[in-house]
Design a protein around this ligand. Sequence first.
Ligand SMILES: *[C@@H]1O[C@H](CO)[C@@H](O)[C@H](O)[C@H]1NC(C)=O
Ligand SMILES: *[C@@H]1O[C@H](CO)[C@@H](O)[C@H](O)[C@H]1NC(C)=O
Ligand SMILES: *[C@@H]1O[C@H](CO)[C@@H](O)[C@H](O)[C@H]1NC(C)=O
Ligand SMILES: *[C@@H]1O[C@H](CO)[C@@H](O)[C@H](O)[C@H]1NC(C)=O
Ligand SMILES: *[C@@H]1O[C@H](CO)[C@@H](O)[C@H](O)[C@H]1NC(C)=O
Ligand SMILES: *[C@@H]1O[C@H](CO)[C@@H](O)[C@H](O)[C@H]1NC(C)=O
Ligand SMILES: *[C@@H]1O[C@H](CO)[C@@H](O)[C@H](O)[C@H]1NC(C)=O
Ligand SMILES: *[C@@H]1O[C@H](CO)[C@@H](O)[C@H](O)[C@H]1NC(C)=O
Ligand SMILES: *[C@@H]1O[C@H](CO)[C@@H](O)[C@H](O)[C@H]1NC(C)=O
Ligand SMILES: *[C@@H]1O[C@H](CO)[C@@H](O)[C@H](O)[C@H]1NC(C)=O
Length: 478
Amino acid sequence: MYPWLLPYTLVLSSCGAFVRAQSFIPSVIPLAVRSPYLNSWAIATKSSLPSTNSSAIFWFNARPTDLLETDWLGRIMVDGTTYQWLGNSSTNENVTVARLVSTNITPTRTIQVIEAGPMNMTITFLSPVEPSDWVKQSLSFSYLAVEAEATDGEAHSVQVYSDIAAQWASPIHTDGVNWTTMTPSDIVYHQFQLSQPTYLSEMLEFPSDGSYYYAMSRGENVTYKTCSHTVCRTNFTRYGTLANVENDVNFRAIDDDWPVFAMSIDLGDIVSTQSSPVVWAVGYNHNPAIQYTVSNDEYQLRSPLFMATYPTIADAIVDFLSDFSDAQSRAIALDNRVQQAASQVTADQGYYTLLSLSTRQAFSSMSITINPDIIGNDWNISDVMIFMKDMGFDGGVNPVDKMYASFPNFLFFNASLGGPLLLPLLQTQFNNASRLNYAATELGQIFPTSVDPTWVADEAVDRMCDIVYSLMRQLTFA
Ligand SMILES: *[C@@H]1O[C@H](CO)[C@@H](O)[C@H](O)[C@H]1NC(C)=O
Ligand SMILES: *[C@@H]1O[C@H](CO)[C@@H](O)[C@H](O)[C@H]1NC(C)=O
Ligand SMILES: *[C@@H]1O[C@H](CO)[C@@H](O)[C@H](O)[C@H]1NC(C)=O
Ligand SMILES: *[C@@H]1O[C@H](CO)[C@@H](O)[C@H](O)[C@H]1NC(C)=O
Ligand SMILES: *[C@@H]1O[C@H](CO)[C@@H](O)[C@H](O)[C@H]1NC(C)=O
Ligand SMILES: *[C@@H]1O[C@H](CO)[C@@H](O)[C@H](O)[C@H]1NC(C)=O
Ligand SMILES: *[C@@H]1O[C@H](CO)[C@@H](O)[C@H](O)[C@H]1NC(C)=O
Ligand SMILES: *[C@@H]1O[C@H](CO)[C@@H](O)[C@H](O)[C@H]1NC(C)=O
Ligand SMILES: *[C@@H]1O[C@H](CO)[C@@H](O)[C@H](O)[C@H]1NC(C)=O
Ligand SMILES: *[C@@H]1O[C@H](CO)[C@@H](O)[C@H](O)[C@H]1NC(C)=O
């Protein structure tokens, strides 16, 4: 679907080292893949499968050697012994790397079974794909859910920990960040951002503005802190809690003692988490989400669609966390539907395997937006436009070739997505009196700012776009 998906398929067919009997393992596995700027993956190298000891990376359009780490760590303490089930543990700590048993990738989920001493853990990275609910689709948040069950049937003392590092905010680690921790309703969330953002621009494909979030329900025995990675991680590893850690409010550079945003929960003596997994939500948001040049003398600063429904980001996070169980049911239903449809194309799992990678990638390339009605200080929710980032080539806005390649996906899930996705491209061309005699190939570079359409003569279609746009203006896309 994208140029950078191609290596996966080559790896699949040519390199048996990546294919395990029980499941398909691509060269990078999706963790939180929801939008151009919430795009977290784990590397699998030939010698180490995606594992409990490799760093999460932010996807950007480059070779694996250039990929940039965005530390995301998970640990569990069982009867006083600490195991790591997520992240890169190269520090000299008293922690055992848990044994990865299996990795299973579906269109919406990456599920790992991991053995941590007597506990059998199931780790689910759920990146919702919500084609029927655009408000949900426009909220760039993913789930990390942890379940554990004793293999010996006995009760064990269990504490679980996770953090994300300030590295998520920028690939330039001398950049300064600041942060807050909020406790609305019955949740807790950390928020952090660059202290000196550059609005509507990118650095090595990371956003230079906006905020990242890490959240969980604030049930009994939950502790949360911001601290340097050594303090947070070592304290949990030793004591199984963050209660005795001081909250760090010394805003500083990402690489200055590496601030991390941590949460942990003490589950007490349990045989199993049963039907209450430990759930984290990781997310990103920026507003405006895109600068869209409508014509020579008009541009719009557009917002994520969910903002018309939720007064604050806190309200959205509260709802997102409480929706986990339903979101997981919808995800399973969607996965099953894709699997069933794919089995009609190839009798083996081949096609389903490709769709298991491409589905969330296609949806995560998009930003669903509305235009704030400046006069009424309100939202115009009938004015939905979707902007797609070219994740695999030049970072362009609404690239015609990538839209074309991903259209079967949208037609399958919800054909109504097609209208608002084409609209900005057609509208811009229609509005531009001095446009050329052929169609633009994209809305220009670089996401999230569209400046001028890009016109490439030898990739031209024709003036059909005028006709199509005239027709579209008479249709509604809801
Ligand atoms: C783990 O971290 C070390 C030190 O920060 C780094 O050199 C190494 O490349 C990382 N490995 C992986 C697999 O992320
Ligand atoms: C490491 O943890 C074990 C218990 O799991 C403990 O007995 C030992 O003293 C710890 N070592 C250090 C250096 O903290
Ligand atoms: C984890 O990986 C790092 C290199 O990235 C290595 O230094 C360390 O020894 C590994 N830890 C374990 C327990 O395998
Ligand atoms: C497609 O999206 C529209 C707009 O959100 C919604 O009304 C419709 O129910 C969706 N259709 C399907 C098949 O999901
Ligand atoms: C661990 O959990 C997985 C997934 O739930 C299951 O398939 C496996 O049999 C379990 N292993 C043990 C030893 O309980
Ligand atoms: C953090 O930085 C942002 C800019 O990204 C700024 O608007 C905000 O006021 C700062 N917050 C604190 C607590 O310094
Ligand atoms: C735990 O954190 C406190 C302060 O926040 C620090 O003084 C102490 O050394 C930490 N303990 C460990 C084992 O890192
Ligand atoms: C809270 O922690 C205590 C001490 O470990 C434990 O006994 C209790 O069961 C925990 N409560 C919950 C709701 O997990
Ligand atoms: C809302 O958007 C629709 C569709 O673009 C447009 O027709 C209408 O004029 C807009 N309303 C306001 C108040 O701007
Ligand atoms: C309009 O199209 C011309 C090409 O004919 C292009 O040079 C110009 O940048 C476009 N203007 C806008 C505002 O898109």
